[in-house]
Design a protein around this ligand. Structure first.
Ligand code: UDP
Length: 327
């Protein structure tokens, strides 16, 4: 298929673009590089730099595409609380423009990056797609609003759409990994401490109602996540909007993640106990049973140490490239 990938210079979009290319698809990436890096666009993809709301409609009108994978988004929870307008505009308004451009061009296949944040504080874990959607921040609310818009486009205009609700994506694949200007995610931050870029890792809350008092999350390997996109694309049906949770199905506490990072790196990794981060739920674990049953998806890299080891290898590669560039 000939595919338009928005946000393909970012971590998730870049790895998904890579996996699509490896499966024989042709990929055009649109990204404004506001948070991504041109280095994150995989070799073999055509890259058009610019605002998705301007560039994507132009490309969709001028060229033939079989589908769109929409990753471009703002995704910092804290920022969304302080500057919600950025999220309503950057996520919702721009996606509505994209949906209209797809409709005008007759492009009927869409895979959308949704998020576990649409569920907010869950009543039951593991979290199924039946869980009530009550996002606790504008980021999750903006993604949920888009999910609703997509459902109505599927019903009214025959869109073949899939929303994939990611839990905690981590790891690296094919030289592509987490390399953000502003990093807020646990695994890359802990590994930056191991690499000596930071002094210590703050543990946000040690009084959560969990076994060791720290928050529990479901970490999914980026390659497993990318493969789900491929399956979603291949099995899409016109007039249907499917929603799938994607996680590994196991929960690890912040302390367990730090221990895994110590095992993998062989380094001590100092910690500091800090207050809870506002808006964080205690435990988020996915039920991916629907994705397994309906997409035929099976996560392969569910071992936390393997996920951390891939992230560590990527980070060390970045460090040695930066070092080489300074020589
Ligand atoms: N976390 C932490 N210290 C940090 C960053 C994150 O203790 O410096 C915790 C965070 O409170 C959450 C878990 O690690 O419980 C995963 O956070 P992350 O930001 O990676 O993903 P989220 O679950 O918020 O999407």
């Amino acid at each position: 298929m000939r595919l338009l990938v928005t946000g393909g210079a970012g971590y998730v979009g870049g790895v998904c673009a890579k996996v699509l290319l490896e499966s024989g698809h042709e990929v055009v990436v649109v990204d404004d590089l506001s948070t991504g890096n041109a280095d994150g666009v995989p070799l073999g993809a055509r890259f058009v730099e610019g605002d998705i709301a301007e560039v994507a409609p132009r490309l969709l009108a001028a060229e033939t595409f079989d589908g769109v994978l929409h990753f471009a988004a703002m995704s910092l929870v804290g920022e969304s609380v302080e500057q919600p307008e950025k999220y309503w505009h950057g996520n919702v308004v721009k996606t509505l423009t994209l949906l209209e451009a797809m409709r005008a061009a007759g492009v009927g296949r869409l895979v959308f990056s949704s998020t576990a944040a649409v569920y907010g504080e869950p009543q039951r874990v593991p979290i199924t797609e039946e869980e009530p959607t009550r996002p606790t921040n504008p980021y999750g609310a903006s993604k949920l609003a888009i999910d609703h818009a997509i459902t109505s486009y599927a019903v009214a205009h025959g869109l073949a759409a899939t929303s994939l609700r990611y839990f905690n994506v981590a790891g690296a694949y094919a030289g592509l990994g987490e390399n953000r200007v502003v990093e807020t995610h646990l695994i890359p931050l802990v590994l930056q401490v191991a690499a000596g870029y930071r002094k210590s890792i703050s543990i946000f809350g040690t009084d959560w109602p969990t076994a060791d008092g720290t928050a529990v999350r479901d970490y999914i390997h980026i390659r497993d996540l990318a493969l789900a996109h491929l399956l979603a694309l291949n099995t899409a049906e016109a007039g249907t909007h499917r929603l799938f949770n994607l996680g590994s199905g196991a929960g690890f506490s912040v302390r367990e993640v730090i221990s895994a990072c110590r095992r993998v790196t062989g380094l001590p990794i100092p910690t500091v106990e800090a207050p809870r981060r506002p808006g964080d739920p205690a435990t988020l674990i996915a039920s991916s049973a629907r994705a397994v049953a309906e997409l035929g998806w099976q996560p392969e890299h569910t071992d936390l140490d393997e996920i951390v080891a891939d992230a560590w290898e990527y980070l060390r590669g970045l460090g040695s490239r930066a070092h080489a560039a300074q020589q």
